[in-house]
Design a protein around this ligand. Structure first.
Ligand SMILES: C[S@@+](CC[C@H](N)C(=O)[O-])C[C@H]1O[C@@H](n2cnc3c(N)ncnc32)[C@H](O)[C@@H]1O
Length: 212
């Protein structure tokens, strides 16, 4: 039973977000999404995008990539499918309704897995990361993009003040990058240095390499 109510709430929330999502987020998230796409493409052409949403990033991939997208929300995915059709994005091989914590793909079948603006929304982030690791080939990378809260320092104090405002738009500063790096260390995976991106380093790219 554990995560089901939250998952149902998430579907409901993105049913409401879907019609206006691109208007609000397209330009704001573009530099971060482009940085994530560049990072995953450096690992190879077989790519899984978890929580692909309305497919804002799908046009940033090279045409020789083979991209599979999954998302919990049918309403968001429908918009992604429209983009694929309208822009003839032939490199997008599938779009499927799926939970990040139960990926319906075989072990080690992707060169890279990316999740953009997803991980802080998942009730069991470590479970989702374990699934991403399972479907990733040895030597491949998980590439996350998000706003991650600071552990300490002046920025951490500012974040705690603006936290209620950020929470309203879905960017919790409670979720620290150290939660991911701690998970990676416990699994014997290699976290790479955080890459700050637009706007002003508020979003960050976090890469984790699976040993080869
Ligand atoms: C903030 S949107 C980001 C969408 C897209 N990655 C982007 O950057 O535009 C978060 C997306 O994650 C999806 N999502 C939330 N929880 C999920 C889960 N457990 N499994 C798969 N997708 C999930 C939502 O339906 C939504 O489309």
């Amino acid at each position: 039973m554990g995560t089901q109510p939250t998952t149902a709430l998430m579907r409901k929330a993105y049913q409401r977000w879907a019609p206006v999502y691109d208007i609000v987020y397209d330009k704001l998230t573009e530099p971060a999404a482009r940085a994530a796409v560049a990072a995953v493409e450096a690992s190879g052409r077989r790519i899984l995008e978890v929580g692909v949403g309305t497919g804002l990033s799908l046009g940033y991939y090279a045409t020789h990539s083979e991209v599979h997208g999954i998302d919990l929300s049918e309403d968001m995915l429908r918009r992604a499918a429209e983009k694929v059709r309208r822009r003839t994005l032939g490199h997008v091989k599938s779009l499927q309704v799926m939970d990040a914590c139960r990926l319906g793909f075989p072990d080690a079948c992707f060169d890279a897995v990316t999740a953009q603006f997803l991980i802080t929304l998942v009730p069991n982030p470590e479970g989702a990361l374990d699934e991403m690791t399972r479907v990733l080939r040895p030597g491949g990378e998980i590439v996350l993009v998000n706003h991650f809260g600071q552990d300490e320092g002046a920025l951490a104090r500012i974040e705690s003040v603006v936290a209620p405002l950020c929470a309203r738009i879905g960017w919790s500063s409670d979720f620290k990058a150290s939660r991911i790096t701690g998970w990676a260390a416990a699994r014997g995976l290699e976290p790479l240095p955080l890459q700050p991106v637009f706007p002003g380093g508020f979003f960050k790219v976090l890469r984790v390499r699976k040993p080869g």
